[in-house]
Every structure is written in C-alpha cells, then in structure tokens.
Design a protein around this ligand. Sequence first.
Ligand SMILES: [Cu+2]
Length: 308
Amino acid sequence: MRIGLSTCTLVSALALVGCGDDAGSGDETDDHMHDDDMVEVDAPVAVDADTSARPVTIQFRPTVGSAPFACGLQYVGQGSDGTTITPRDFRFYFHGAELITDAGARVPITLDQDGEWQVDNVGLIDFEDFTGGCKDGTPGTNTTIRGTVPPGNYTGIAFTVGVPSAMNHTDLTAKPAPLNTSSLFWGWNFGHIFFAAVSTTNVSEPVPGTVDHYTHVGSTGCEGDATMGDTVTCANPNQAPIVLADFDVTDGAIIVDYGAFLAGSALSSEEGCHSFTPDTCTDAFARLGINFANGQPMAGQTVFRIGQ
Ligand SMILES: [Cu+2]
C-alpha cells in the first residue's frame, strides 16, 4: 500500500490532527494521528498489516513405530528384547513452544490458559486414557497444543520436553493444572516426571505374571531446599529441546513414537529407568535427545517426527 499525497496527509502532518479515509489509501487501521506522515508520503508500507494473533492448534499423534498407539492394544517385537507389550502410560510435559518462520525466526506460541492442560507456557500431552492396561493416568487425554501466534509464514516448530526449572520444584498442591498431576511428580526437589512411557508384558519366569517396565525422565542431581524457598538447581536438567522443520501447521501432525523411545530398552525386565540408572536410562535418554551422562541436550532424537 502506498499512502498518497493528499490534503489529508498534508493537513494532518502540519496540524497533527486525524482524518478519515478520504486519503484514498484504503487503510482501515491507520488513524493518521502520528506526526511522521510526511516521511510516509509515497513510501511503500505494509498493506493493511493485521498483526492480531491468530489461533493455532498443533496436533500430536502417538504411534508405536508405524502403528497407532492405543491403550489395550498389544504390540509385538518391542524393545531391545523383542517383547510383546501393552502400554501402561504415555504422557509428557512441554514448554516454550514456538513456531519457526521461513526466515528462521522463532515466534512463541501464546498458550490458551484452559485450566486443565495448559498453564503459562507449559502443557501436558496425555495419550493414555486409563483403559486397557493404562493404569497410571486419567481418562482424559490431550493431544494438541492450543494457542495463538502473530500472522506469519511458519515452516517449523520447536518446544522443550520438560517443565521449566522455576516451576518444577514447588508444592504440588499449590500448583494449577496440569502441574498438579501427582502421578507425574517425584517430590519438591526432584520435581516433575517430564516424559513417561511405561509398558506391561506377560512373563513366565520366575513365576507367571506381568512385568511393568517404567521409563520416567526428569531432572536429577537437584540441590537446594525448595520447601524452604531455596532456588533448586539440578546438575542434570534432562530437558529435551525438540526442533522439527518442514512442519505444516494446518495439515501436519507431530508423531510421538513410543516404540522408538523404548527401542533399546529391555522391556521384559522390571528394571526400568527413573532417571538414575545409566544401564537402563542411557539409551532411552539418547533417543529423546538427552545425554544421560551430563543431562544436556544432544542431537539425534528419534521420538518426535513430522507426519500426518
Ligand atoms: Cu519413575
């Protein structure tokens, strides 16, 4: 749009008064009240740039490899030992979700504050529905990020798996949902379980029955007494920043692959990972993009990918 040289422009530039649409600019949003109209004369400016936030919904889709994930289904050949499993839990916290423009700029998604799944810039993605063998969570599920972003040409998405440290070490009962989910909380100092994937398998040894294999990712090596108001810092934050390119915000979905996360874990064993044991944690952490040795992000995560 060009703002034409007009009586209105001249008058408003000189007298600093507003004027209507008689400038012929077609500009519905500019009230012409500013005092620098003179420099805009015949200068190209953005056409009716409506910068108001637009709603955006990011879809997550849980899978076990290429198969849809669902509580109550059996999946053969899972883990490092080719176990037949049924899921027991599949949930994770995210924060700091951003869309990425075609120019590479990161634009935060302002989350809808729904009183249940999203608060501040944190959300809980919950794929389990408390049916079948899923016993750790709730009937409710949440498979989307819902919020607003300014208009833009977005081609990628980023978010971090985990709860921000400042919100992670507090009195659970004083926290708003979804941060008050007791089944995803270890205690004040360790904080929340960021990523939970639990499987159940039938075993015949030593006695016939079932074995649950837990993989719980959260911060470790945390110091400072949160109950006394100290700021807690964790030597191993174990937060996973995820960046996915070539994401179509309107048509695409983010696949979250339960099978890929557990592909290197011995699922017939009850010796799972609660973020403390290198033997059972190192592989799963790496698949999520976390170096177990130091708790820092590392490249090569295979749990999240773009799909439909
Ligand atoms: Cu645990």
